[in-house]
Write a protein that binds this ligand. Structure first.
Ligand code: SF4
Ligand code: MG
Length: 337
């Protein structure tokens, strides 16, 4: 299928008046198929949230898309979101209606001073020609679909009157109000307890089946990736170092960073025999100290001559499975020779 979203060669820099630009995201390529879920995974500060926010042009004022394209199959035809003016009609018709976003903290998208019903009605009325009464009917059915009991009455509740889990559900209902083609979810379950987290993931899977939207799911949790995603892109210090089918990447990770991440996950099933975490040695350097070559150089046990200075090219290591590491090209060259 034609990609719904194709990010090509996107670089994002943080600018500051008295310091050199800092590369937050470096030449990222990502594609998302309609109806599928792509997880962006990595440690905090790896650029995954910045990448996701760029898709909706919700970057902070000191962040700038320096190169690249963000192709989106909009209702009106293909569009390069990177070229749209932040306040343009085209962008406003996409944001919240064709692409919407949910966050870790529901209060960042819900207003505390309006009822959840009024807020969802408003989104529907903003983007569609329906009567207030029709909007409210849709709102009630959305609240019902996201599992809020007594939806018609609860529509009149203010966010603070709901539990954390119900607030999260209300935010999801609001994000889906205009049946977006793409839902961007930035760590939506991170702040929740384990049980509620599992319920919200189930809900998102169910809603995806019902609504058919694609998801770009940001998380630092590989367990969540395994639960929710079809494809995964692993980010490190602004680079996508590996991407591919989830099953394939989990089964045979090819980049040393992905391998280290996998090894750091405690085996999920065996509670009796808890395996020790094997954390990755060292800490993520500041993006200011990123080497020109492979971003993982300072922590990689296999780093060798070309790593600090030459950036590894993406190498196809399987069907739709790509990784950036000099070991892969060297191995291939040796095999060819
Ligand atoms: Fe390690 Fe070099 Fe591969 Fe980077 S390119 S992951 S430093 S071996
Ligand atoms: Mg983040």
């Amino acid at each position: 299928a034609k990609p719904l979203l194709a990010i090509n060669d996107m670089s994002i820099v943080f600018t500051s008046p008295d310091e050199p630009d800092v590369k937050a995201v470096r030449q990222v390529d990502l594609t998302l198929t309609p109806g599928k879920t792509l997880a962006l995974v990595g440690e905090s500060g790896c650029g995954k949230s910045v990448t996701a926010r760029a898709v909706l042009r919700l970057l902070d004022s000191n962040a700038e898309i320096r190169t690249g394209e963000i192709h989106f199959e909009a209702d009106s035809g293909p569009v390069d979101i990177a070229r749209l003016k932040p306040d343009s009609l085209a962008l406003r018709s996409i944001r919240g209606a064709q692409i919407s976003m949910i966050f870790q903290e529901p209060m960042s998208s819900l207003s505390p001073v309006h009822t959840i019903g009024d807020q969802i009605d408003e989104i529907i009325l903003l983007h569609e020609r329906v009567s207030p009464k029709q909007a409210r009917e849709r709102t009630v059915s959305l609240l019902d679909q996201v599992g809020i009991p007594g939806a018609r009455d609860r529509a009149n509740a203010y966010p603070f009157e709901l539990s954390g889990g119900l607030r999260q559900r209300a935010m999801i209902a609001m994000a889906l109000a205009c049946t977006p083609k793409l839902l961007i979810a930035d760590e939506p379950t991170t702040a929740l307890d384990v049980t509620t987290q599992a319920q919200i993931l189930d809900l998102l899977r169910q809603l995806q089946a019902d609504f058919g939207m694609a998801m770009l799911f940001i998380t630092h949790d590989l367990g969540v990736v395994a639960e929710i995603a079809d494809e995964v892109a692993v980010m490190y210090l602004g680079d996508v170092v590996e991407q591919g089918d989830v099953y394939e990447v989990f089964r045979a990770p090819k980049h040393p960073y992905t391998q280290a991440l996998m090894n750091s996950v405690p085996r999920l099933q065996r509670k009796s025999e808890r395996q020790r975490l094997s954390p990755i040695k060292g800490t993520v350097p500041s993006p200011k100290d990123r080497p020109e070559g492979c971003a993982f150089t300072s922590r990689c046990p296999y780093a060798f001559a070309p790593c600090p200075t030459i950036r590894p090219e993406p190498t196809v290591v399987g069907d739709g499975h790509v990784a950036r590491c000099h070991l892969l090209t060297h191995a291939r060259e040796e095999a060819v020779a």
